[in-house]
Design a protein around this ligand. Sequence first.
Ligand SMILES: [Zn+2]
Length: 90
Amino acid sequence: MIEVPCAVCGKPIQGLSVNSTPAARLTCSESCHERFVNFLIFKYGPCKKIGRVRTGETFRVPLRDIIEHGVKEQELDKYPKWEEKDGNSN
Ligand SMILES: [Zn+2]
């Protein structure tokens, strides 16, 4: 059995399986997950600039979506385009 500590409180995460999402491998509970997401949003900003290599387009993707689901290239179209005038919050 694998034991991975929670990124927020350090307790071992229970019930991990090969089907666990990447986000589920990081924290032990829903409340730790919320704290973790809020910490990353505070640190890195609410959105991240994700580029599509093939076309050079960039999209404004919420950090929460990246953490909780991961974002595939074919899903980028549902996000708004990143306009340079918005600046780069990174
Ligand atoms: Zn925890």
